[in-house]
Design a protein around this ligand. Structure first.
Ligand SMILES: NC(=O)c1ccc[n+]([C@@H]2O[C@H](COP(=O)([O-])OP(=O)(O)OC[C@H]3O[C@@H](n4cnc5c(N)ncnc54)[C@H](O)[C@@H]3O)[C@@H](O)[C@H]2O)c1
Length: 302
C-alpha cells in the first residue's frame, strides 16, 4: 500500500500503540491529545516499546506530536480516534474533524463497544466513516475488527482492511454494527457466566480462572470454538447444548454480584481487591506474565 498520512486522536494506552504500528509500517503519523502530558510522552513511550520489541527504532521519527486537533488531522488520508469511551465526546470530536479534513478522508473510531452508527450518525459524509477495534496492546495483539455501518462505502472498508493487513495486523470485517462487535460480545458472554458461577457458589473466582487457563484456554489461540465444534462433531455439540444451555445464565444486564463489588469500592487491582485480592507484587507479576506471553506469541507468528 502507498504511504498514507495518518492522524491518531488520543495518545493514551491505545492511541500511542496504534501510532507506533502505522509508523513502523512506513506511514507518516500525526498524533494529538487534549492533555499535554499524554501527548508529550507519546514519542518516548513509542520508542521504549520499539526498543523493547527489537523493532526499528527510527520509526518513531515518522510520528509527529501535534497539540492542535485541526492541524493534526487537516492533511490526513485516514483519521483514527482513540479518546475516552464516551459517546458524546466521540460524536463532538468527529463533527469537528469533519469540518477540517478533505471530503474523502476516512474516519475511524477505536471504540470498544459503542455502535459506530451512534458515533458517526451525525456526520455529513457518513460513507467514509467506520469502526476499527484494536486490542491492547495494539503492537502485540494481531486482531483489528473493521466495522462498517449501513452507510459505509464498500471501498472504504476494503481500503481500511488493506491498510491494516499491510501493517501486519489481522483485520476482519464485521458486517453488522452491533454493540461489542464480535470480540467483546464473545468475551463478555463468557465473563457473564464466570460471574454467575461465583455468584451462585459453584466455585470461587480463582477456580473459574484456573479452569479456563488450564483447559480450553490452552487451545483457544489455535482452535476456535466453531473449529472445535466441527472437530468433535456438530451432533455431539448439539447434545451438549441441549443439556447445558438451558442452565446457563441469561440475565439481561450486569449481574448483582458485580454491581455489589463496584458499590463496595472493590474495583479490582486499582483498589487492591475485586473478585480477588491483589498485592502490588501480584499485580506486577500478572502484567509481566501477560506481556511475556504476548511477546512470545508475536515471535512465533513471525
Ligand atoms: N484499553 C483497552 O484495552 C482498549 C482496547 C480496545 C479499545 N479501547 C478503546 O480505545 C479508546 C481509548 O482507550 P484507552 O485505553 O487508550 O484510553 P486512555 O485513557 O489511555 O487514553 C485516552 C486518551 O484520550 C485523551 N483525550 C480525551 N479527550 C480528548 C479529546 N477531546 N481530544 C483528544 N484527546 C482526548 C486523553 O487525554 C487520553 O490520553 C476507548 O474508546 C476505549 O474504549 C480500549
Amino acid at each position: 500500500m502507498a504511504k498514507a498520512r495518518i492522524a491518531v486522536v488520543g495518545a493514551g494506552l491505545m492511541g500511542h500503540g496504534i501510532a507506533q504500528v502505522f509508523a513502523l509500517a512506513g506511514h507518516d503519523v500525526t498524533i494529538t491529545d487534549a492533555v499535554k502530558a499524554s501527548l508529550d510522552s507519546a514519542p518516548s513511550r513509542i520508542l521504549a516499546n520499539l526498543k523493547d520489541l527489537g523493532d526499528d527504532q527510527s520509526a518513531v521519527e515518522r510520528v509527529r506530536a501535534c497539540a492542535d486537533l485541526d492541524e493534526a488531522v487537516r492533511d490526513a488520508d485516514y483519521v483514527v480516534e482513540a479518546v475516552l469511551e464516551d459517546l458524546s465526546l466521540k460524536q463532538d470530536l468527529f463533527r469537528q474533524i469533519e469540518t477540517v479534513v478533505r471530503p474523502d478522508t476516512i474516519l475511524a473510531s477505536n471504540t470498544s463497544v459503542i455502535p459506530i452508527t451512534q458515533i458517526m450518525g451525525g456526520l455529513t459524509r457518513r460513507g467514509r466513516a467506520l469502526g476499527t477495534h484494536w486490542w491492547n496492546p495494539p503492537y502485540l495483539v494481531p486482531l483489528v475488527e473493521v466495522i462498517g455501518t449501513e452507510w459505509t462505502a464498500p471501498a472504504v472498508v476494503d481500503w481500511t482492511i488493506k491498510l491494516h493487513a499491510d501493517a501486519g495486523k489481522t483485520p476482519v470485517h464485521v458486517k453488522k454494527d452491533v454493540p461489542g462487535f464480535v470480540g467483546n460480545r464473545l468475551q463478555h458472554a463468557l465473563w457473564r457466566e464466570c460471574v454467575a458461577l461465583v455468584q451462585n457458589g459453584i466455585c470461587d473466582a480463582e477456580t473459574v480462572d484456573t479452569v479456563i487457563k488450564a483447559s480450553f484456554g490452552r487451545r483457544l489461540a489455535v482452535l476456535g470454538p466453531l473449529e472445535n465444534a466441527d472437530l468433535v462433531g456438530t451432533d455431539l455439540t448439539l447434545a451438549i447444548h441441549n443439556t447445558v444451555l438451558p442452565d446457563l445464565d441469561r440475565t439481561p444486564g450486569a449481574l448483582p454480584y458485580l454491581q455489589e463489588l463496584v458499590k463496595a469500592g472493590k474495583l479490582g487491582m486499582k483498589s487492591g481487591e475485586g473478585f480477588r485480592q491483589w498485592t502490588a507484587a501480584e499485580q506486577a507479576a500478572l502484567r509481566q506474565r501477560v506481556l511475556q506471553h504476548l511477546r512470545q506469541a508475536r515471535e512465533r507468528d513471525k
